[in-house]
Design a protein around this ligand. Structure first.
Ligand code: SF4
Length: 72
C-alpha cells in the first residue's frame, strides 16, 4: 500500500492509501464525476477497468451455482 494524492470532488485533493484495486476504484469514481452510484451503472464493458470498478477483483461465475449437468 502506498500513499498518493488524488483529485477529489470540488477540485480539492486528498492523500489516500492505495492498492492497485483501490486505485482503480478511485479512477472509476472520478470517471463518473464523483457519483459513486454511477460506477455500478457504468456501461463501458470494453473499458479495461470495468471488471474491477467496484473495488473488488471480479471472477466470472464466482458466487454462482453451476447448473447441474444434464444426462446424455
Ligand atoms: S470502468 Fe467505467 S467508470 Fe471505470 S474508468 Fe472505465 S468507463 Fe470509467
Amino acid at each position: 500500500m502506498i500513499k498518493h494524492t488524488i483529485r477529489k470532488d470540488g477540485g480539492k485533493t486528498v492523500t489516500v492509501n492505495l492498492t492497485p484495486i483501490k486505485a482503480i476504484r478511485h479512477q472509476c469514481i472520478e470517471c463518473m464525476g464523483f457519483q459513486f452510484r454511477e460506477v455500478a451503472e457504468c456501461t463501458s464493458q470494453l473499458c479495461p477497468l470495468f471488471p474491477f470498478r467496484m473495488g473488488k477483483a471480479h471472477t466470472p461465475g464466482r458466487g454462482r451455482k453451476q447448473a447441474p449437468e444434464k444426462a446424455a
